[in-house]
Design a protein around this ligand. Structure first.
Ligand SMILES: Cc1ncc(COP(=O)(O)O)c(C=O)c1O
Length: 190
């Protein structure tokens, strides 16, 4: 056959111990918002990830070259990242940003050390939508202009500001949004 051989993998996933596939589909239909659309009639039921590997409920292994769809991470469950997250979770979860805690300061200093002057101030957000909201807000505040141009067909997130930028009909739901956002078509000129 012409099928490429999968590279070897030493990692052994844990045994899948949750509901059968059909029951998962039923829960998805009945209890999870339909706006979390699945693009496949028989979507994968993924169970575990390790670096570039994904494992489904039957233990089938997939080589994942992207670790996401459009927003990408550093592979799955990278031990270094997992350990850092576990260490923080065991140390302190959440208080408030009116106090100080070392992690955010260490991170801000390290992150900005990679950036040239005057890019020395960071504002960390929880999501892409929030980052885009903030970018729009700061641009409007700084320039005192209001209008924003975005590309038709682009996805920028689902929060109120970002949804204005998002220019895909299926995300709009016929509710007014995007005041000040104008969409343009992009053309490739050869
Ligand atoms: C290009 C792009 N911008 C913004 C977002 C929104 O990010 P989030 O889902 O973290 O709010 C996404 C999410 O997929 C994205 O792909």
């Amino acid at each position: 056959s012409m099928r490429a051989k999968m590279p070897p993998c030493n990692f052994v996933p844990e045994k899948y111990r949750s509901y059968p596939y059909e029951h998962m589909l039923k829960i998805r239909e009945q209890n999870i918002a339909p706006s979390l659309r699945m693009y496949y009639k028989k979507p994968l039921l993924l169970h575990q990830g390790h670096m570039q590997w994904l494992f489904d409920y039957e233990g089938r292994r997939y080589l994942d070259l992207f670790a996401g769809i459009v927003t990408v991470s550093v592979g799955h469950c990278h031990p270094k990242v997992t350990m850092a997250a576990q260490k923080q979770l065991a140390c302190l979860w959440h208080t408030t940003n009116i106090y100080m805690h070392p992690s955010i300061h260490e991170y801000a200093e390290k992150l900005t050390s990679f950036l040239p002057d005057p890019l020395k101030v960071v504002y960390l957000t929880n999501s892409g939508s929030e980052a885009n909201d903030l970018a729009m807000f700061m641009a409007r505040l700084y320039t005192r202009n209001f209008d924003v141009i975005c590309f038709r067909g682009a996805y920028h997130g689902g929060s109120p500001y970002a949804l204005g930028l998002t220019s895909i009909g299926s995300y709009k739901h016929g509710v007014a949004n995007g005041i000040g956002c104008s969409t343009v078509r992009f053309l490739f000129l050869i």
